[in-house]
Design a protein around this ligand. Structure first.
Ligand SMILES: [Zn+2]
Length: 199
C-alpha cells in the first residue's frame, strides 16, 4: 500500500508579523496581514522534520525559542484560531513526538500499539479524479496535519524519516540509504570510528 500525503486543503495561514511577548514566553501574532496560505501536506516532510528537531533539542534541555519562532513564522500557528503560543508548551509537544520517534525507530521497540492517533476533528475524503480513487485529508489545523503527516511518513515503505547515526537528530533522507543528517556528521562519525580502531 502506498501512503498518500494528499490534502483537499483547508489552508494554513502565515501572517506577516510574529512577535515575542515581553516575558519571552509567548509567540504572538495580530493576524493583521496575511502573508500566504498553503497546504501543509505539500511540505509534509519539511514540517515534520523541523518539528521533530525542536523536540530533539528540547529533549536535550536546549533553548528552543529561536527554533519555535522560526517554525511559526514559516508555517503559522499550530492552532488556526490562536493568536499566541506558549513556547515551552509547544516545545514539550514536539518533544513528546520526538521521543516516540526515537523509541519506535530504536531496534528494541515492543510490538504493541502504543501510538494511537487521536486527533481533533479530521476527515478523510475519498474522491475520484482522472479514473483514480484517492484518499485525501482535511485537517483541523497545523498540529493536526503534523500528526497525520508524521504517521504516514513513519509508516511509509520508503523509510525516509530517519535518525542521524552520529548526532541523533531526526532528518529526512532523500536517499533512503543515507545514515547521516549532514556531510559534517558523516565525516565526524568516520573520524571517531577510525580513532576507535587505533585504541
Ligand atoms: Zn547528524
Amino acid at each position: 500500500m502506498k501512503n498518500k500525503l494528499c490534502c483537499t486543503c483547508t489552508n494554513e495561514t502565515v501572517y506577516s508579523f510574529y512577535g515575542i511577548s515581553d516575558d519571552g514566553r509567548y509567540i504572538t501574532t495580530d493576524k493583521a496581514k496575511e502573508k500566504l496560505t498553503y497546504c501543509p501536506m505539500d511540505f509534509a516532510s519539511d514540517i515534520v522534520v523541523a518539528y521533530l528537531n525542536i523536540g530533539y533539542f528540547s529533549s536535550k534541555s536546549a533553548d528552543t525559542s529561536d527554533l519555535v519562532y522560526d517554525f511559526i513564522s514559516k508555517y503559522g500557528m499550530p492552532d488556526r484560531k490562536s493568536k499566541k503560543v506558549n513556547i515551552k508548551d509547544f516545545s514539550e509537544d514536539a518533544e513528546a513526538l520526538y521521543l516516540h520517534f526515537a523509541e519506535i525507530t530504536a531496534e528494541d521497540y515492543p510490538d504493541k500499539p502504543e501510538w494511537i492517533l487521536e486527533t481533533d476533528p479530521m476527515s478523510g475524503i475519498i474522491t475520484r479524479s482522472n479514473g483514480n480513487i484517492e484518499l485525501s485529508w482535511q485537517t483541523a489545523g497545523l498540529s493536526n496535519a503534523i500528526e497525520i503527516a508524521y504517521s504516514l511518513l513513519l509508516c511509509s515503505d520508503t523509510k525516509q524519516l530517519a535518525v542521524c547515526k552520529h548526532c541523533g537528530a531526526p532528518f529526512y533522507a532523500k536517499n533512503p540509504k543515507s545514515e547521516f543528517c549532514s556531510p559534517q556528521c558523516r565525516n565526524q562519525y568516520n573520524v571517531y570510528k577510525s580513532r576507535r580502531k587505533y585504541k
